[in-house]
Design a protein around this ligand. Structure first.
Ligand code: SF4
Ligand code: SF4
Length: 369
C-alpha cells in the first residue's frame, strides 16, 4: 500500500537540501546552463530552473519562459544521470614500476554519495535498466554498484509531455511506482505553491519525517493526478506495439539503407541515451615509463572502430551501424536483459542533428513489412 501523501510548502523546500547536505549527500539537480537544462551540483532550490520550460523537436531544443514560478516545469534535462553513475571517463586502475614488473595501485577515493533531485520517471526507468547491465549478471561493476547503492532519488512527476517524449507507450512513465526514495508532484495554483510528497523507501520515510509538512488536501492530490494525466495524454509520439519481434524479423529491410542516407554516424544518439553503455579502454604510460593508467571511456556503436576486429570493422556502413543500435535497443536488449533498452525519453530524437526519429523509423519498417 502506498504511503500517505503529505504536502511540503515551496518555502520549506530548502530544508530538504539542507538535510541532505547534513547527511553527507552531494545534491545533483536540474539547472539552467548554457542555454539548456542539465543535471549539475546544486545546493538550494534557488538554483532550480524557476519559470523555465523547454521546447523540443527532432534536431531542435530551446529554453522557454513559462510565465509561472514552477521549479520543475521543464521536461527531462538534456543529459541523463548516466553521466554521474557511469562517468564518461573513469580511471579503472593505475600501476607503478616495481623492480622488473609493475605494482597495481588501488584507487582509494570513496565513491560519491549523490542525492538526485528532480529525477523523472523515464530517468528512473533508465537507471533500473542500467542496473541490469552493470549489476544484474555474474560480473558486477563495483564502482557503479557502490554509487548506485549510496544514492538517494527524489523523483518529480511531469506536468506535461515534451514533444519528443514517448514514455507512456514504453510503460516507463510519466509516473513511477517503485525505485524512488521520495516522490514530489509540484502544484501551483495562484499563490499556493506546494509539493505533494510521498515516501517510497525507508530512507525516504526517515527524511520526510524530519521535514515540515501537512497532510495533503484533496485538491492538491487531484491537481497532481491531473498533471500526470496531462503528461501521459499529451504525448505526440509513441513506439509501435510489438517492435521487438518486428525488428528481429526485419534485419534485411531495405529501410536500413534509407536511414543511412540521412544518418551521419555522429553518435549523438548514443551519447545522450540514458541506457547506452558501450565503452572502450585507453591505456597510457607517462613519459618516464614508470607509471601507467587504464581509463574506461564511453564509446558508440556508431563509431567505425567500435566493431573493428581482426582484419576490419564488422559494421562498415551507416545502415549496418544504425541497424545495430536500433535492433539492440528495441529488440535484442529484451533477450539480453529482459527489458527494452529504450525508456522513451526522446533525447536521441532531439539531439540527432538531422532529426532521425526512432519511433518514425520503427513505423516505416512496419509499413514496409
Ligand atoms: S533510444 Fe532514444 S528515446 Fe530511447 S531511451 Fe535512448 S535516448 Fe531515450
Ligand atoms: S541517428 Fe542521428 S544522432 Fe544518431 S548517429 Fe545518426 S545522425 Fe547521429
Amino acid at each position: 500500500m502506498p504511503d500517505r501523501q503529505a504536502v511540503i510548502d515551496r518555502k520549506d523546500l530548502g530544508a530538504l537540501f539542507t538535510l541532505l547536505a547534513d547527511e553527507g549527500y552531494q545534491t545533483i539537480g536540474p539547472k539552467p546552463y548554457d542555454g539548456a537544462i542539465v543535471y549539475a551540483p546544486i545546493s538550494s532550490p534557488e538554483e532550480l530552473p524557476k519559470g523555465i520550460g523547454d521546447e523540443e523537436e527532432g534536431g531542435h531544443y530551446r529554453l522557454t519562459q513559462r510565465g509561472d514560478a514552477k521549479l520543475f516545469g521543464h521536461t527531462k534535462p538534456v543529459q541523463g544521470l548516466k553521466a554521474h553513475l557511469y562517468p564518461a571517463r573513469q580511471k579503472l586502475w593505475s600501476a607503478e614500476k616495481a623492480g622488473h614488473g609493475f605494482r597495481v595501485v588501488k584507487d582509494a577515493a570513496p565513491q560519491p554519495r549523490y542525492a538526485f533531485i528532480g529525477v523523472r520517471a523515464c530517468e528512473l526507468s533508465a537507471m533500473l535498466v542500467q542496473d541490469r547491465v552493470f549489476e544484474g549478471g555474474p560480473y558486477v561493476d563495483k564502482g557503479y554498484a557502490e554509487r548506485r547503492k549510496n544514492c538517494l532519488i527524489v523523483l518529480v512527476t511531469c506536468d506535461h509531455a515534451g514533444n519528443a517524449c514517448f514514455c507512456a507507450s514504453q510503460g516507463t512513465g510519466p509516473d513511477a511506482s517503485e525505485g524512488y526514495d521520495l516522490k514530489l508532484a509540484e502544484v501551483v495554483d495562484g499563490s499556493r505553491h506546494v509539493f505533494v510528497t510521498e515516501a517510497g523507501s525507508d530512507k525516504g520515510r526517515a527524511i520526510l519525517s524530519k521535514l515540515s509538512k501537512q497532510d495533503a488536501a484533496d485538491g492538491d492530490v487531484k491537481a497532481a493526478a491531473a498533471n500526470l494525466e496531462a503528461a501521459a495524454k499529451g504525448q505526440k509520439r509513441a513506439m509501435i506495439a510489438g517492435v521487438a519481434e518486428l525488428l528481429a524479423a526485419k534485419l534485411e529491410s531495405p529501410h536500413w539503407e534509407d536511414v543511412a542516407k540521412r544518418c551521419m554516424s555522429c553518435g549523438n544518439c548514443t551519447m545522450v541515451c540514458p541506457t547506452c553503455f558501450c565503452s572502450t579502454m585507453e591505456d597510457a604510460t607517462d613519459l618516464s615509463g614508470l607509471k601507467a593508467e587504464r581509463t574506461r571511456k564511453w564509446d558508440s556503436c556508431f563509431s567505425i572502430d567500435y566493431s573493428y576486429i581482426h582484419g576490419g570493422p564488422v559494421r562498415n556502413t551507416a545502415g549496418a551501424r544504425y541497424r545495430q543500435w536500433m535492433t539492440h535497443k528495441l529488440s535484442h536488449w529484451v533477450e539480453q536483459f529482459g527489458v527494452s533498452g529504450c525508456v522513451g525519453c526522446g533525447r536521441c530524437i532531439i539531439w540527432c542533428p538531422v532529426g532521425i526519429d526512432i519511433t518514425a523509423e520503427a513505423k516505416a519498417i512496419l509499413k514496409g513489412a
